[in-house]
Design a protein around this ligand. Structure first.
Ligand code: ATP
Ligand code: MG
Length: 719
């Protein structure tokens, strides 16, 4: 028993506060026509959130409020509150007792409360639909509407059955998911549109970024090249400059030395005088030698004459002893002497010697070929004295000659000295010349090198100028080269190669003009936006899939529950039907319905019945009572499959005869095992089945009054 009580005040004919407390699984509500029983049933619909005014037999909300009369003034609001026992949490809310309250105001406003807290209608609907007690639910069968389910179209019937099966929750979920899906699809469409707009711009910017990156690389390279060039070149130039200067100084010092040496060697005047002196001496010696030779020759001549004379004297002597002995031997000796003397004279080139030979020949002639005899003695006498004086003369001459020879010897010695001096001077002269040659070669070499050094200096000067130009260019580009060396990937060799590379790089950089750093922020911005939107599309696609999965799951769940539910309902339907009609057949059949053109083909539910001993299966041919019984069988069957906590039946039993009233009472009894029953009735059998009875009366004041009654009272009240 979930339904504990319901309290009405200002609702329709219940002008004053009236409360039903339910203590029995079957409560009967009895009372005369027009006393307000149906109003009470509608109070249930009202408080459970019914939105259809028609279902509450009014046109506007204000009609639900006590209208007022001369006995009792109109109410400002209609209020209904229902109390559920929720100890076993059949309502998904963490309270043991749940109060649901609805207030209708005259201005058409409605307020809802759950346990005193103001809530939205939706909160009430959701809470109740999960407990299988929706407002327009199958569990409240209004008066005269028992066969509503039979009158309904197949699609309406399906809706009613689905609600009875508790599928409404799933439909709510489905509708919500579909709404979400619509939103997601719309968002996807919008996001994709934005993405499409961004994509080409991003593509362009990407390309520009590639260009920019290239520019950056080129700039960096140019920077490095400049730094490399300037630093390496500065060092090289400084080194070259220093080396050149050093070398120049060295060479100049050497040159100075050579020049000094030359000046010194000019002072070789000394040697020339020595040379002249030697030459003069030789000339002098020549003169002296000639004089001496002449003197000596004279002396030799004299001596030769004297010797010839002496020889002649000695021959006379010999003749004295052996005059006749002149023979071939003597002639041979004389001839040998002549020959030797001539040879000696010719060798010595001293022809004075020859005069001795002539004297010798004269002597020989006198002795052997002319006068003989007489004069021999006289001659002999004279010969002795002459011979002595000749010898002494010869000795004198020889002495003089010896002196001359000594002098000659001295002259020879002097000559050879002079010649030696001369040679020495010549040698010195030659050596000097050689040295001078050597020096001038050196000087020429030094001068040549100095010349080439000055060429080098000019080159260095040009290098410096070039370096200055490059420095200006570097400064113009904002290159800071003051921090020294940069590591280069390539070896660019000497300065020229670097300059070529700089020009190349500069040219490439100039070519790639038109892209600058300003695009970076735009690129980043667009890229970020693109990424965001792209992620959003991704997220949305993910959501879409998730929702589609949920929808598919819901569909599966609905289908499964529906099919299972249909089977159970059919079983129960058939069972109640055969009970009420003592046989026959009844069945709910799912049939395809043609919906709107492009809508899915929907499946409605048709009712097939076959009464015992009758052929017709159409609902239209049933009698009023048969129709009532069939609908009761179906309603009961539906409630059995998914029993609601309570069921309200407003005079469902009105059309039944006595026999069927008994069967109805039995079925009600069976039904009360699973659902609490509130039965509005005039039927005695039904009243008998109820565990407690409420009487509803209305006096002359037009106000419905509520009282708990005993069965006997009920019988009289009901009339
Ligand atoms: P029956 O047995 O014939 O079905 P009943 O007990 O079900 O009768 P109701 O239909 O519940 O009777 O009550 C109808 C009465 O309620 C009418 O007399 C009607 O005037 C009265 N009524 C309906 N709405 C209001 C209202 N807003 N203010 C006052 N009275 C109202
Ligand atoms: Mg009624």
């Amino acid at each position: 028993m979930y339904l504990k009580s319901i309290e009405l005040s200002g609702f329709k004919s219940f002008a004053k506060k009236s409360t039903f407390d339910f203590n029995s699984p079957i409560a009967g509500v009895v009372g005369p026509n027009g006393s307000g029983k149906s109003n009470a049933a509608e109070a249930f619909r009202f408080v459970l959130g019914e939105q259809s005014m028609k279902a509450m037999r009014t046109k506007r909300g204000a009609d639900l409020i006590w209208v007022g009369n001369e006995h009792y003034p109109k109410a400002n609001r209609a209020r209904v509150a229902v109390v559920f026992d929720n100890k076993d949490k059949f309502l998904n809310i963490d309270f043991d007792e749940v109060h649901i309250e609805r207030i209708a105001h005259r201005d058409g406003a409605h307020e809802y409360f759950i346990n005193g807290s103001k809530v939205r209608l939706k909160d009430v609907t959701e809470l109740l639909s999960k407990a299988n007690i929706g407002a327009s639910g199958h569990h409240i069968i209004s008066q005269g509407e028992a066969d509503r389910i039979l009158n309904a179209t197949p699609m309406e019937r399906r809706a009613m059955i689905e609600e009875a099966l508790g599928l409404k929750t799933f439909h709510f979920k489905k509708i919500e998911s579909e709404k979400k899906l619509d939103t997601v699809l719309e968002n996807i469409r919008e996001a994709k549109m934005v993405r499409r707009e961004l994509a080409p711009r991003l593509e362009v910017l990407k390309q520009k970024m590639v260009q920019l990156e290239r520019r950056r690389t080129l700039k960096k390279k140019l920077h490095d090249l400049f730094v490399f060039y300037i630093t390496s070149q500065s060092k090289q130039i400084a080194d070259k400059k220093e080396n050149t200067l050093l070398r120049k100084r060295q060479l100049q010092a050497e040159l100075e030395q050579y020049r000094n040496a030359q000046v010194e060697s000019k002072s070789g005047v000394d040697n020339q005088s020595k040379l002249d002196d030697a030459r003069n001496r030789i000339v002098e010696i020549d003169i002296q030698e000639k004089e001496l030779a002449k003197e000596k020759s004279t002396l030799e001549h004299k001596k030769g004459i004297l010797m010839g004379r002496r020889d002649a004297l000695s021959d006379v002597e010999i003749q004295k002893k052996d005059t006749t002995a002149v023979d071939a031997t003597v002639v041979k000796e004389v001839l040998a002497y002549i020959k030797d003397s001539i040879r000696s004279a010719s060798e010595k080139k001293d022809f004075s010697l020859l005069s001795g030979v002539i004297a010798h020949i004269d002597t020989f002639q006198q002795k052997y070929l002319s006068a003989k005899g007489s004069e021999s003695d006289e001659q002999t006498k004279r010969t002795d004295s002459d011979s002595a004086s000749i010898d002494s003369d010869i000795a004198k001459l020889e002495n003089e000659i010896a002196i001359i020879e000594t002098q000659e010897e001295a002259l020879r010695a002097a000559r050879s000295n002079a010649i030696a001096d001369l040679q020495k001077s010549h040698e010195y002269e030659r050596e000097k010349e050689r040295k001078q040659n050597e020096e001038s070669t050196h000087i020429t070499k030094i001068q040549d090198e100095l010349q080439s050094l000055s060429t080098k200096e000019q080159k260095i000067q040009r290098d410096i100028e070039k370096l200055t130009t490059m420095k200006h260019r570097a400064e113009d580009l904002g290159v800071d080269y003051s921090h020294g060396v940069v590591a280069m990937d390539n070896d660019y060799g000497d300065g020229e190669d670097v300059v070529i590379e700089i020009e190349k790089t500069q040219a490439l950089l100039n070519e790639s003009e038109g892209v600058d750093e300003s695009i970076v922020s735009e690129y980043k911005d667009i890229e970020a936006r693109y990424n965001i939107i792209n992620n959003e599309v991704g997220d949305l696609e993910h959501s879409r899939k998730t929702i589609l999965n949920i929808l598919a799951d819901i569909d599966t769940e609905i289908a499964t529950r529906f099919n299972e539910g249909m089977e159970k309902i059919n079983t129960e339907f058939h069972s109640f039907f055969t009970m009420l009609f003592s046989g026959g057949h009844s069945k709910l059949v799912v049939e395809k319905q043609n919906g709107e053109e492009d809508e899915h083909i929907k499946e409605g539910i048709q009712v097939e019945v076959q009464l015992p001993r009758k052929k017709a299966t159409s609902l239209e041919v049933l009698s009023g009572g048969e129709r009532a019984l069939t609908s009761i069988a179906l309603i009961f069957a539906m409630s059995q499959v998914n029993p609601p906590p309570f069921i309200i039946l407003d005079e469902t039993d009105a059309a039944l005869d006595e026999a069927n009233s008994r069967r109805y009472a039995q079925m009600v009894q069976a039904l009360s095992d699973k659902s609490q029953l509130i039965l509005i009735t005039h039927n005695r059998r039904t009243m008998e089945a109820a565990g407690e009875l409420y009487g509803v009366t209305m006096g002359s004041d037009g106000i419905s009054k509520l009282l708990s009654v005993k069965f006997e009272e009920a019988l009289s009240v009901a009339k």
